[in-house]
Ligand binder design. Structure first.
Ligand SMILES: Nc1ncnc2c1ncn2[C@@H]1O[C@H](COP(=O)(O)OP(=O)(O)OP(=O)(O)O)[C@@H](O)[C@H]1O
Length: 232
């Protein structure tokens, strides 16, 4: 179980999150929804070790991992696919992948990445920065997938992409989940997020406004209330 327990966090003197608790059971897909500025990205930054909270704890199987670096957390199986993708634009696709592979596992890691997204296999020598937005997102996801994560933190991975690419990305997320990973999914496409999710948390003005199982209530109506209907 990966859990955020009573998180309070912000930037400088501004508090963005107040006493936020989110649980991601093993193997579950958890959607984190909420309007712009609610604090979703901030919560993922706390979860991934990028931002130190001023209160509360990040827990992995009951162990306090609040002060771990993003790198150390990913080595323990909690990996973040950040907003904006975070690929190295001036490196080739191959080098982007190899850089994140464990020493000695490069060939196997490349194979795994290309199996997930065959399109990357056709572009191994291309500079990442010259690929389309969708291809760069696939690269970011493949880099995480290679590392066989237990918990994946995903920040609006379908943002700004064409519907067919979004379909491909959601099919990949389903595969990741079927292979046993748990997912914490921040997503603008509310309907798609709810189709994929087992649990939903709604964040509004830095606090949890609703938490429950998808199917337990009319979550879509509740989401529409907070997110303004969403897209897709
Ligand atoms: N680096 C920063 N420094 C100062 N304030 C920040 C910083 N990053 C975010 N904020 C503020 O924190 C609040 C929450 O932002 P956050 O990006 O977490 O929201 P969000 O729910 O992910 O929004 P969106 O859906 O628009 O991406 C906003 O008011 C934002 O302006």
């Amino acid at each position: 179980m990966f859990a955020l327990d009573g998180i309070t966090a912000g930037y400088g003197g501004t508090t963005v999150l107040r006493d936020v608790s989110v649980r991601v059971p093993d193997g579950a897909v958890v959607a984190l929804l909420g309007p712009n500025g609610a604090g979703k990205t901030t919560l993922l930054r706390v979860a991934s070790g990028l931002l130190r909270p001023t209160g509360g704890r990040v827990l992995l199987d009951g162990a306090d991992v609040t002060t771990q670096t993003p790198h150390a957390l990913c080595a323990r199986g909690v990996c973040h696919v950040p907003e904006g993708r975070g690929v190295f634009p001036s490196l080739t696709v191959r080098d982007n992948l190899v850089l994140l592979s464990k020493a000695g596992t490069e060939a196997e890691s490349l194979e795994r990445a290309v199996t997930a997204f065959p399109r990357l296999g056709e572009r191994l020598n291309q500079l990442a920065g010259t690929m389309s937005g969708g291809e760069q997102q696939m690269l970011a996801l493949a880099r995480t997938y290679m590392q066989r994560p237990r918990v994946v933190l995903l920040d609006e991975v379908s943002m700004g992409l064409a519907p067919t690419i979004v379909d491909e990305i959601f099919a990949f997320l389903a595969r990741l989940s079927a292979e046993g990973a748990s997912l914490l999914l921040v997503e603008q496409y509310v309907t798609r997020a709810l189709e994929a999710a087992d649990f939903v948390f709604l964040l509004n003005r830095g606090q949890i406004a609703f938490a429950g199982e998808v199917g337990e209530v009319d979550v879509a109506a509740l989401a529409a209330e907070y997110v303004g209907g969403g897209r897709g």
